[in-house]
Design a protein around this ligand. Structure first.
Ligand code: NAP
Length: 379
């Protein structure tokens, strides 16, 4: 019998993390869980540890201490560092949200451990450094984001690819007016028509900033110029993304909208298992596939992300930090949905871009931008 693949899940209590465990429930003969980690949800982490019996669990420093028997309990960023330094891991699923994903990803790369990457902030903040280090170490970064996972599946030879076509569902405001968007409540913004995700990414999907972050992610993952990355609205979320080859041939990846599939692909790559598959895809059932151009007036965040990406260096660190602080302020009922865009734009205009920031500089800039954004918003 083939040896089991050893996996750790950072962010096992989140939307991606819990779905990853559902995938692993179907593939328990193929995977062994080395570590699980949570930020604050001690109760769920305890339940998961009792069920999956990992070697380690890790919980945020400020969270309630878990009472878990039979495994080592680690804390905070040092704990994540210890997990990602354990060469027993074959693959680490980075499914934490926010900037906390960057350091453990680098540690895993330095230790030659392959990454299934859900945490898009890692590449938005430090894509140049992360991709170079992965290349130098011969580490594979397999994207979990459904669009990038789709492109990963479509690309056979990167040298012949002329364009990436990234699809976007359009979120809850696709067919609403700009005024509807401006006066949107948190509940309306969180009511995503297709995907059930964490709150931050759901708000980013409503403003289309999520797509903006994905353009930057795609630029780094596939070494593609921004001018060759196109976004198209596709409300059914059946075509997860596509690539165009130099000869005009287009290859797309399709499937029902479920994060289980890209998660399973990323952790199993290059193998494929039946695992989570519950139904066969039917074109007849899908029936209609619509596509349209994104409305720049309603979703100016896209252009903002393109511009920050083209500028490069620390501009994308600023974009990410200012947007995230503004999203938190919106979720805290301190600002309106549209202010997320105006705030991020203001912060980018104020930002002096550093060309090739080091990791330490990236964290410093991230911190500064967050402080200044909160000052601007008076929160
Ligand atoms: N959800 C999706 O469908 C989807 C799709 C594509 C990409 N992504 C990306 O995947 C990442 C995770 O998204 P999500 O929707 O799963 O988020 P989520 O539901 O909010 O889960 C986030 C996870 O990270 C943990 N966490 C948060 N802050 C932490 C900290 N400071 N230290 C340690 N752990 C921390 C949380 O722990 P606690 O809950 O215990 O506090 C939770 O386990 C994001 O980068 C997102 O952009 C998500």
């Amino acid at each position: 019998m083939k040896e089991k693949r050893k996996i750790s899940i950072l962010g096992s209590t989140g939307s991606i993390g819990t779905q990853a465990l559902e995938v692993l429930d179907k593939l328990h003969d193929k995977f062994e869980i080395i570590a699980l980690s949570a930020g604050r949800n001690t109760e769920l982490l305890k339940k998961q540890a009792e069920k999956y019996k990992p070697k380690y669990v890790c919980i945020g420093k400020d969270a309630q201490k878990p009472d878990i028997k039979g495994c080592k309990i680690l804390y905070g960023s040092e704990g994540l560092h210890q997990i990602c330094s354990d060469k027993d891991n074959d693959i680490i699923l980075v499914a934490v949200s926010g900037k906390v994903g960057l350091e453990p990803t680098l540690t895993a790369i330095d230790n030659g451990i392959n990454i299934a990457l859900a945490n898009k902030e890692t590449l938005v903040m430090a894509g140049d450094i992360v991709m170079k280090r992965a290349k130098d170490k011969g580490v594979e970064i397999i994207p979990v984001d459904s669009e990038h996972c789709a492109i990963h599946q479509c690309i056979k030879n990167r040298d012949y690819v002329s364009k990436l076509i990234i699809t976007a569902s359009g979120g809850p405001f696709l067919h609403k007016t700009l005024d509807d968007m401006k006066s949107a409540t948190i509940e309306q913004a969180l009511a995503h028509p297709r995907w059930n995700m964490g709150r931050k990414i759901t708000i980013d999907s409503a403003t289309l900033m999520n797509k903006g972050l994905e353009i930057i992610e795609a630029h780094h993952l596939f070494n593609m110029d921004y001018k060759d990355i196109e976004v198209v609205i596709h409300p059914q979320s059946i075509v997860h993304s596509a690539i165009e080859y130099k000869d005009g041939s287009v290859i797309a990846q399709l499937g029902v909208p479920s994060m289980h599939i890209p998660i399973q692909y990323a952790i199993s790559y290059p193998e494929r298992f039946e695992g989570i598959k519950s139904q066969s895809f039917s074109f007849v059932q899908a029936a209609r596939l619509d596509f349209e151009k994104p409305d720049d007036k309603k979703f100016p965040t896209l252009k903002l992300a393109y511009n920050a990406g083209i500028q490069g260096g620390s501009a994308t660190v600023c974009l990410n930090a200012a947007n995230e602080e503004a999203v938190f302020a919106f979720l805290d009922k301190k600002i309106r949905l549209y202010d997320i865009y105006t705030t991020t734009e203001k912060m980018l205009n104020l930002h002096n871009t550093v060309k090739n920031p080091s990791i330490d500089e990236i964290f410093e800039i991230d911190n500064e931008v967050r402080i200044k954004t909160r000052e601007l918003l008076k929160v």
